[in-house]
Write a new protein. Structure first.
Length: 132
């Protein structure tokens, strides 16, 4: 089970005295066994905005631009509940249809974090694909 072990704590490593946050690469099929992405409203591929942090574009592990996906929620299928404080970004924007279900395709990276005493995660994937 991948989700509880990733959400429980923030993993960090020290690199030349700097603390760096760790990302976990997971198999898309394995991630899709434990979660599904639910859209609330539609979103055209042209409406995605580049993911930014501190005014700079955020890139994927292989140097591709990431785009923030809005109006979606991650749903934990094991616990049957919404995953709080979870943000989704993709490398290949595609149209999101309202009230539809999506899963990950391609590379998937999960980055747990803690902010203001709350645990959460950012999930970066190559793309989201619709579940029929």
């Amino acid at each position: 089970e991948i989700m509880p072990s990733l959400v429980g704590s923030e993993m960090c490593i020290r690199d030349r005295g700097k603390v760096r946050k760790m990302k976990f690469r997971v198999d898309a099929n394995e991630a899709n066994k434990h979660m599904v992405i639910m859209s609330l409203a539609g979103m055209k591929a042209d409406d995605y905005s580049p993911k930014q942090k501190d005014g700079k574009n955020v890139l994927s592990e292989d140097g591709k631009q990431l785009y923030s996906v809005r109006n979606v929620h991650a749903y934990d299928t094991d616990r049957q509940r919404e995953m709080q404080n979870t943000f989704i970004a993709v490398m290949e924007p595609a149209e999101i249809h309202p009230m539809a279900r999506y899963v990950f395709d391609g590379d998937v990276w999960i980055k747990p974090y803690a902010m203001n005493g709350r645990l959460g995660m950012t999930i970066e994937a190559t793309r989201l694909v619709s579940v029929k």
